[in-house]
Structures are given as C-alpha cells and as structure tokens.
Write a protein that binds this ligand. Structure first.
Ligand SMILES: Cc1ncc(C[n+]2csc(CCOP(=O)(O)OP(=O)(O)O)c2C)c(N)n1
Ligand SMILES: [Mg+2]
Length: 304
C-alpha cells in the first residue's frame, strides 16, 4: 500500500463557523498539518478572521493574531522580529490572508516584508472575491465572473480585466520560494509547504480555495471543482525556486467549459467570451511550459 504522506495530527478542531463546503477551511487544515504545532498565524479581516469562532471559542490549536486588513505583511515582520529578539528560531511565522487582503489592500505591506528578506511565510487563500463582506470583486476575481460589484443584468458589467498574478509579482521580488497549491491535492500541498518551511527568507504561497457561496455552486462540489480547475489549466500547480519554474502537475488540458458551467457566477457569459477565456487559458499554460523550460536552461547556463 502506498505510504500516506499527510500527517495524522489535527491542529484544527471541528466546529468552525465557515459556510458549507468552504474550501478555505480545508486549506487551513492541511497547512497546519504540514507546518505543525510550532506555528503562529497572523490573519487580517477576511472569512478566516471570523471562522475560528468568537472568543473564548476557537477551532485552532495554534496562536492566531487578528490584524487590520492592510497590515498582514507588517504584522508578520513584527512577530518575526520579536521572536528573533527572544532568540526563538523554531517557530514558523505565517501571514494568512484572503485574495482581497493580499492582492489589493495588503500588497504594500507584503511587498515591504518580502523585499526586506523577512523569514516568514505568507499564504494567500484565494476564493477569488471579497467573500466575508458579501462577494465583491477583487483583483484576483477571474475574467467573466459575476460578483455584487460586477453585476450581470442589462449592464453586462461582469469582470472584464484579467486576474492579477500574485506569483509573478512575488517572482519579481526575487524571493527564494513561491508556489501554487490546491485543496484538491493535499499531498502536493503538504510537500511544498514542508519544503518552504525549511527555506530561510520570505516564502509566498497561493492556495486555490473554492467558495460555494460566492461562486454560486453546490457545496458538495468543492473538491471536484478544484480538481477541474487544475485539469483544465485555470489553476496550474507549480513552484518557483530562486526564479526557476517547476510545474508539479502536467495534465493533458481539458476544455474549460465544464468547469465554468458548474458555477453560477459564469452562467451569463456569451459564446465569444467563453472562447476568449479558453484562449487565455491556453496561452497562459503554453507560457508556463516555456517558462519552465527557459528558466531551467538559464539556471544551468548561469551555474556553469
Ligand atoms: C480597511 C478595511 N477596509 C474594509 C474592511 C472590510 N472588510 C472586511 S473583510 C473584507 C473582505 C476580505 O476579502 P478577502 O481578503 O478576499 O478574504 P475573504 O473574505 O474572501 O476570505 C472587507 C472588505 C476592513 N475590515 N478594513
Ligand atoms: Mg477572498
């Protein structure tokens, strides 16, 4: 029998107050399994600020600091500095924020923390909108999606801009490690997180976490949708170590349409928009394949 690589210890109790089928709860559960008890997380305003429960209740078995929406990067820098001052070096400091708190309002503090080379891990769990406040558009909302601030009625005002690429932004900061991972592939996730934990300096993690409430989908489809996202190239799994790309799952790409059809947030899209989305995915995937090839070649050349 194949050896199980997912640690058995649970650092999250049952009884969170997240919605039915919430992908972000699985993301936290697997992350804590990967990183272990000696972990401190700092969480800004987002669904996860609410989900542990109201004091004195919590579903987390590790310390959590609740920080202001825009300050995750600054707060983890402070926690790291305090631990360093006390000579404590066996605690993993994690900033845990949503896509809005990361790609929009928290990007300045994040950029500062990683530019200073701070030894922290920053995780963006991505449900592709501001879910905690009622499904508003973020810069990580994908093209074509309905949200309450990108309405679809007669105005046809669904999101027209592409999803902001946080991994590319982090690669441009020249950090030692950044990776994408998905709640549908916990083994891949745990392997990458444990690798990141051993690396000194800033690490950036992008976790795909479906939100049935905001995506207008059935709550029992969370894992299935996440699998489809990787199978059709909407959310490729890869890591970038010191600028060198490695794709960790390389499927023969499936068409995107069945993925979009399961989610009410895309139901309004006319055929030409659907074709455009498929086109963009194909381009992005081919670009990623080339980046992998090119950065590996470059690394070998520079190593000579
Ligand atoms: C400065 C500031 N502006 C706005 C808010 C309101 N607010 C709280 S959570 C949130 C949305 C967070 O979205 P995201 O970071 O994607 O996390 P999610 O709720 O999707 O988990 C907003 C707008 C706030 N708390 N502070
Ligand atoms: Mg969000």
């Amino acid at each position: 029998m194949a050896k199980l690589t997912i640690p058995e210890e649970e650092l999250m109790y049952p009884g969170h107050v997240g919605c039915l089928g919430c992908g972000a709860t699985l993301a936290m559960r697997y992350m804590l399994k990967a990183l272990g008890q000696r972990t401190i997380i700092s969480v800004p305003a987002c669904c996860w600020a609410v989900m542990p429960g109201v004091f004195p209740l919590t579903c987390l078995k590790i310390p959590m600091l609740y920080t202001a929406f825009e300050t995750t990067g600054a707060s983890i820098s402070g926690i790291r500095a305090a631990l360093d001052a006390k000579g404590i070096d066996d605690i993993t400091v994690v900033g845990w924020a949503g896509d809005g708190g990361t790609a929009d309002i928290g990007i300045q503090a994040l950029s500062g923390a990683v530019e200073r080379g701070t030894d922290v891990m920053y995780v963006m769990y991505d449900n592709e909108a501001y879910m905690n406040t009622g499904v508003q558009r973020s810069s990580a909302t994908p093209t074509g999606a309905w949200t309450t601030t990108t309405p679809v009625g007669s105005t046809k005002d669904w999101k027209k801009m592409p999803k902001k690429d946080m991994v590319e932004i982090m690669v441009a900061h020249k950090i030692p490690y950044t990776a994408t991972m998905s709640i549908a592939y916990p083994e891949d996730m745990i392997k990458k997180l444990q690798k990141a934990q051993k690396i000194k300096g800033p690490k950036f993690i992008h976790i795909y976490a479906p939100c049935p409430t905001g995506w207008r989908m059935a709550p029992d489809k969370t894992v299935e949708i996440a699998k489809m996202a990787t199978a059709c190239g909407v959310f490729p799994l890869y890591e970038v170590e010191n600028g060198v790309y490695t794709i960790t799952r390389k499927p023969e790409l499936k068409p995107v349409m069945p993925y979009l059809a399961l989610q009410g947030r895309f139901r309004h899209l006319p055929q030409e928009e659907l074709d455009g989305i498929q086109n963009e995915i194909d381009k992005k995937w081919n670009r990623l394949l080339k980046l992998e090839e090119f950065t590996k070649e470059l690394d070998e050349m520079e190593g000579d």
